[in-house]
Design a protein around this ligand. Structure first.
Ligand code: V47
Length: 397
């Protein structure tokens, strides 16, 4: 998009007063966000979000060379988070729990790769204690001193506090001492009590999720935030969720990036119940989720697209709809693939560079704290690049 915003030119007249606000840098109201979610003028929405993004980030798009590690899929919420395809009961087929040595062995490939971040999340295991995680973080930091560790969602932090009978603050302090850099944004789903009662009955409440992030921010630990969309939530639920994120950010300024997460309906109870198996969110919805996030969350610096979830192609288009942050090399994605994602499980480093350049943007490799690692890629050649140079192919189902 051109980066120009002319409110009078927008096709949907309902967008014009909102565009005036965007143009003059005024904050959008909740009612505005509802209008944005409801509009069918996707291109108008995109022009507005692109304008807001360029004002904050210019033509830079951030990405990270990261490795996702999921130490266990055993989860005490297995039977109550009906949207999740990753979790297993301890004795169920496919259940796994890695020993620390297995985690270190999986992480060892970072030694020969450009990896700058470990992204570590998993199930709520009934028996794994805080000591398992602190030893994991210490071991990873010792073996890979230059790699940041973004680990454990608010839900996992609260679970550890419960089983250790300590406060969430104490858990966070112990993890920080062991090498934690930041928290990922998972587990937020949609904060609405009614939605949670339907899709995540026994999970942390929205207020509790926010409380853990608030404590992290107070301790100087930055975090990410998410919203799971495209299931039973209404526009009002989405707007309320974004308002709650924006409200906490006004107080703490601890959120780094917002990642809208598209619900995947394969191999989970909710998908069956809704009759949605085989029909994930549409590209239209995915782009709206990015654009509304950029426009409403004026105090969150970055908006991230998770390419394994929406495809690299949609992530590339999202860069023209307000997005300035692309999930990294990933190596290897599991959560979305268990839920039916047909994308690759990893992206070559130069594949990301090419994806961003192909959208007319300037790639910037960042670390977990969004500090610049690299802006020039001319000298990056194999073996730095472990795969193809072109955009990865999305396999047909
Ligand atoms: O919390 C689980 C979601 C999240 C499904 O912080 C599902 O940088 C869709 O939070 N369909 C985990 N979504 C992923 C996540 C994340 C990903 C990438 C980067 C970052 C970051 C965070 O995945 C869960 C849940 O909201 N999820 N099952 C499903 N069937």
């Amino acid at each position: 998009m051109s980066g120009k915003l002319e409110p009078g030119q927008l096709q949907d007249p309902a967008l014009r007063p909102i565009a005036e606000k965007v143009l003059s840098g005024r904050r959008l109201a909740a009612a505005d966000a509802a209008v944005l979610y409801a509009t069918n003028d996707l291109l108008g929405l995109g022009v507005m979000a692109d304008f807001a993004n360029r004002r904050q980030n210019g033509d830079r798009v951030f990405f990270s060379a990261n490795q996702h590690i999921n130490p266990t899929n055993v989860c005490v919420l297995r039977n109550t988070c009906t949207f999740c395809s990753f979790a297993r009961m301890p004795k169920e087929d496919g259940a796994y729990t890695r020993s620390l040595e297995e985690v270190f062995a999986e992480a060892a490939q970072a030694a020969g790769a450009p990896t700058r971040e470990f992204h570590i999340v998993g199930g709520l295991h009934p028996k794994l204690r805080l000591e398992y995680y602190t030893a994991m973080l210490r071991g990873l930091r010792e073996r890979h001193p230059g790699v940041h560790i973004k680990a454990l969602t608010a839900v996992e932090i609260a679970h550890l506090a419960r089983i250790e009978k300590v406060t969430e603050r104490e858990v966070l302090i112990a993890l920080r001492e062991a090498g934690l850099t930041s928290l990922p944004g998972g587990g937020a789903e949609v904060f609405s009590t009614a939605v949670r009662a339907t899709i995540a009955e026994r999970k942390l409440t929205g207020a509790e999720w926010l409380r853990v992030h608030r404590v992290a921010h107070e301790l100087g630990i930055p975090t990410n935030c998410t919203m799971l969309y495209g299931h039973v939530e209404t526009i009002a639920d989405r707007v309320e969720h974004l308002e709650m994120l924006r409200g906490l950010q006004d107080e703490t300024h601890g959120f780094l990036t917002y990642i809208p997460l598209a619900y995947h309906p394969e191999h989970n109870e909710l998908g069956e119940e809704l009759g949605r198996v085989g029909t994930a969110t549409t590209g239209f919805e995915d782009l709206k989720a990015i654009a509304v996030g950029r426009l409403f969350l004026d105090n969150i610096p970055h908006i991230k697209t998770h390419w394994p979830m929406v495809t690299p192609f949609m992530s590339q288009v999202a860069l023209a709809f307000g997005c300035d942050d692309v999930e990294g090399t990933v190596v290897y994605e599991r959560i979305y693939h268990d839920a039916g994602a047909q994308t690759e499980r990893q992206m070559p480093y130069l594949g990301l560079v090419e994806l961003i350049r192909g959208a007319g943007k300037r790639p910037v490799e960042r670390n977990s704290l969004y500090e610049t690692v690299r802006e020039s890629f001319d000298d990056v050649t194999p073996p730095h690049e472990p795969g193809r140079r072109s955009l990865p192919v999305v396999h047909a189902a």
